[in-house]
Each structure stands twice: as structure tokens, then as C-alpha cells.
Design a protein around this ligand. Structure first.
Ligand code: CA
Length: 503
């Protein structure tokens, strides 16, 4: 049902088009209520940056307060085991928005623009644009500095900044106590990379915003998304709102800091002052350099608690901004014919194994990401889904919900069967990869119902790790355990098959 008319349609023209085509258009029955007979479902696409599975509705280990996303989860299906394809912004976002694996996009680093190699691909928002929708974004959807003009319509307003933290913020900056930090540097600690040092200026500070954060780009991106909803409420839309929080530096108004007491924060059992490869794990499993926080320096326990508290404040402020957008959707009376998708680019380690970043993490905390899909009328709404799914699956899911047919080459699998029945049979592992240099694959991980397994180097030449989800803190590597031999053989074959696509 691809329309040849790329420009956004006025409501009148749109209704006429749909009426003429109604004989062949078939939307999911649940989205075809009497009053919306001729109305295509809208999409509200919400995205956060570096927001690991730490929401209240995901049983946050630190007790994060996220009432708005918790309420959204209750209205839809919360995917408990959704995995990103790459623990870094640009490769993950390029994969998710094009519906292709990183091996297919060729985007393995933060500087590669997928569009240069693939001018003819149709991205998820572009699919909607080409089917008569008004498509627009505010804030960070693609990676900072890399946007895609083909995805967004003529009426797009880019809204807030897309950068990762250098945007001016109105408020106070609290420098962490670097000068008196007495944490000794391990002899084998490598020097920070120049690119990481460039971010060190904001990696050792916490930003306390004035008021409700009105001076910050995320507040503006939220306002712009609300404005976009108001302006386009009478036509079918795909409106994307992206926040750059809780990406470093941790940033929030004071009242969000007040929600948490650092003295009540219990550090992870494998917390360490510096990135530390746990005994029995391959050295490739943990990069010895931090790339987001504590760059080039150790973390004292007091600092670690202060930063975790600030991350939680930042996360709660992001939740508050998402809440403003969702409330506006309700005020406009659009909820009943709007599919809401909330997703994150990748996970994060908050001091586990001494790591303060996502980069290189093929652990659960680096690759597991929140995913909430609230689509009107789905039988699974209000439930959580424990099946293994991938962010790659979002493209075909949203397309199917709107009755649109994706182009050939999309590699994900629609999750609509799980939205209807979250316990439906499902047997599809999730894969994530890591590249140090943006060119070569250095690690491939697979997640099945029973295990998480990763191999480093070609054919595992730099080691392997087998994690048992029952070991929630991922403290033990079972890769060499005699009683796990057959599982390792099976999982190794899966990662090597997956890696073969990279040559
Ligand atoms: Ca990110």
C-alpha cells in the first residue's frame, strides 16, 4: 500500500485517499474502531540515550523512580529481555531505524553515516512518510551529527540539540572531587583515548539544572514534540521525540536529585575503582578504559554513589519529560489511535566491574534495553513479555501495526504475535556485536532463553564467556565448565555463523 505521494497530505486529501483505497487497505482489526474507520494509526516514537534497564517497572536495583514510563508499560507490553545490536549510539540507532543488522548497515562506529553506503534504503520513519504520514523528530533519534533528511517530512522541525552533552545547560555544575581523588592507578591502566579525553570535561561533573530544566535541550526537545503533536493531531503522524539523558554528564533539576539518598545506594558486588576483568573472564570482556564517566581516573565509593544518584536523577528527569509528552497525547484525545514505542539505544554499566560506560560491554547490562510498545487493543497490553527479542524487531513490528509493508531486506521479525500473546512460542536468539575500531568485529554475543554467550576475536581466539542469567550479577564465567560443554558448542556455532556475515 505504498503511496507514491511522498509529501504529507492534508487531512481532507488523506481521508479521500484512504476512502478510495479502503477496499485494499487492511489495518489490524484492533486499530479499526468505528470512529477511526478511516484513520491510520499514529506513531509516537520515544527514545532515550544510555538508559539502561533501570526503570521502576524493570525492578531497578537502585530503586529508580520512573512513574511515567511505569504507567506506559502498564498500558502496553513491556519487553523484559530486549537486546540492542551494538552497545554504542550510532551503530545501534542505524540498525534499529533501518531494520538491518550492523553487518548489513556497515555501521560499526559513531562516525559512519549509514546513508552514504545505502542511499536507497527506506528507514522506519521514511516508510511512514512515503505512506502519507507527517514524520518529524525533535531531539536525538539518529546519532548526534548524523541525521537523515529522507526520514523526515517537509514539515519536520528538528527541535532540540542532538549532541551528547555539550549543549549549554542552565544551572550549576558540580565538579567531582578529582583533585583529592586518591585512588591509585593500576600499573596496567591504559591512557585514555584522545576521543574519550575530549569528553572528560563533562565526564567528571554533575549538572544541577535550574527550575524544571527549562534551559536544557531535552526540555526543548520535549516542548517541540508536544508542539508537533498539537500541530499534526488531525493527520496521521509519526512523531519522534528523543532525549539525550541519562547520557553523561548526569543532569537534572535539584528536585530529582532529592528523590535519592546516596547513603542508601548499595554498590554492585563487583564494584571496583577501575575497570576490572573479573577472575576467569577473558581480558577482552572489559575494556580497561572508561569512555563516559571516570575517564582516566579511579572511582572512590563515595564518588560512585554520588554519580549513581545523579544518573538516577537524570533518568527520573527523562521520565518526567516523557510523561509530559504522553500526557499531551492524552489531552489531545489521540491515545486510542496512537502506537507508542519507547526504546533506548543500548545499556550501560554503572560501576559493575569498575566500568562506567556501555562501550565494549557484551554483558546483560550493556546490551539489554528497555522496550515498551503500547498499541491500542493488543491483547497482551498490561503484561510483560519474557521472550528474547531484539531492537532490530522494532521496524517490522511498527510497520505491521500500521498495516504498512516494509521493503525487502528488513532483517528483524515482527513482534505483533507477542503483543497479542506475550507468552506465545518464540525461539529466536538475540545478537549483539562490538568493534573497537569501527571496522573489525572484536566480539559477538548471543542471548538465548537459557544463556548469554560471547566470543572475542576471530573464532574465539581472544576467549569466550558463558553467563547464566541465574547469576544476575554476572560474576562467574561458565565457558570452561565441563558440565556446560554442549551448551558452549551450540552457542559458539551460533556466534560464528553470525560473525561470518562480517567476513
Ligand atoms: Ca547512547
Amino acid at each position: 500500500m505504498k503511496s507514491s505521494q511522498a509529501a504529507p497530505l492534508t487531512r481532507r486529501k488523506f481521508l479521500g485517499t484512504v476512502a478510495a483505497a479502503s477496499a485494499v487497505v487492511s489495518f489490524p482489526a484492533v486499530l479499526r474502531g468505528a470512529e477511526n474507520k478511516l484513520r491510520k494509526p499514529n506513531v509516537l516514537f520515544l527514545m532515550a540515550d544510555d538508559m539502561r534497564v533501570e526503570l521502576g517497572c524493570y525492578a531497578s536495583r537502585f530503586g529508580a523512580k520512573t512513574p511515567n514510563l511505569d504507567a506506559l508499560a502498564k498500558s502496553g507490553v513491556r519487553f523484559d529481555r530486549n537486546y540492542c545490536q551494538f552497545p554504542l549510539c550510532n551503530p545501534s540507532r542505524a540498525s534499529l531505524l533501518t531494520g538491518r543488522k550492523p553487518s548489513t548497515t556497515g555501521v560499526l562506529g559513531n562516525r559512519t553515516d549509514f546513508r552514504k553506503a545505502h542511499p536507497d534504503w527506506t528507514t522506519l520513519p521514511q516508510l511512514f512518510k512515503e505512506n502519507g504520514y507527517a514524520t518529524m523528530r525533535a531531539g536525538k533519534i539518529y546519532h548526534g551529527g548524523i541525521d537523515d533528511a529522507k526520514s523526515w517530512g517537509a514539515t519536520s522541525d528538528t527541535g532540540g540539540p542532538t549532541d551528547d552533552g555539550s549543549a549549554p545547560a542552565v544551572g550549576r555544575t558540580k565538579k567531582l572531587n578529582v583533585a583529592t581523588n586518591a585512588i591509585a592507578k593500576p600499573a596496567d591502566a591504559p591512557a585514555p583515548l584522545p576521543a574519550d579525553l575530549g569528553r572528560a570535561g563533562y565526564s567528571d561533573r554533575i549538572v544541577i539544572l535550574d527550575g524544571n530544566g527549562e534551559g536544557h535541550g531535552d526540555f526543548h526537545a520535549t516542548d517541540r514534540t508536544i508542539e508537533n503533536l498539537r500541530q499534526h493531531k488531525d493527520e496521521p503522524f509519526f512523531i519522534a521525540g528523543g532525549l539525550i539523558k541519562p547520557h553523561s554528564p548526569p543532569t537534572a533539576p535539584q528536585k530529582f536529585f532529592d528523590l535519592y539518598d546516596p547513603d542508601n545506594i548499595k554498590l554492585p558486588p563487583d564494584f571496583a575503582a577501575w575497570p576490572t576483568v573479573p577472575p576467569g573472564f577473558p581480558s577482552a570482556a572489559i575494556r580497561k578504559r572508561n569512555a563516559d564517566l571516570f575517564i582516566g581516573r579511579g572511582a572512590s565509593e563515595a564518588e560512585a554513589k554520588e554519580v549513581i544518584r545523579a544518573y538516577l536523577a537524570s533518568l527520573s528527569w527523562a521520565d518526567w519529560n516523557f510523561g509530559r509528552i504522553i500526557r499531551e497525547l492524552d489531552t489531545l484525545g489521540l491515545r486510542d489511535h496512537t502506537i507508542i514505542v519507547m526504546v533506548v539505544d543500548h545499556g550501560y554499566q554503572l560501576g559493575e566491574k569498575g566500568k562506567w560506560s556501555k562501550a565494549g560491554s557484551l554483558f546483560e547490562m550493556g546490551t539489554r534495553v528497555p522496550l515498551i510498545i503500547s498499541a491500542p487493543g493488543m491483547k497482551g497490553n498490561g503484561q510483560s513479555c519474557h521472550r528474547i527479542v531484539e531492537s532490530l524487531d522494532i521496524y517490522p513490528t511498527v510497520a505491521e501495526l500500521a498495516g504498512l509493508t516494509p521493503e525487502k531486506g528488513i532483517e528483524g521479525t515482527s513482534l505483533v504475535p507477542l503483543l497479542k500473546n506475550p507468552t506465545a512460542k518464540w525461539d529466536k536468539p538475540a545478537y549483539s556485536i562490538w568493534s573497537e575500531d569501527g571496522k573489525t568485529v572484536h566480539g559477538v554475543a548471543v542471548r538465548t532463553e537459557k544463556f548469554r554467550y560471547a566470543e572475542y576475536g576471530k573464532d574465539g581466539s581472544n576467549g569466550a564467556m558463558l553467563l547464566d542469567p541465574k547469576d544476575a550479577d554476572e560474576l562467574k564465567n561458565f565457558a570452561d565448565a565441563p558440565d556446560h560443554k554442549s551448551a558452549v558448542a551450540e552457542l559458539s556455532a551460533l556466534t560464528r555463523k553470525y560473525a561470518a556475515a562480517y567476513g
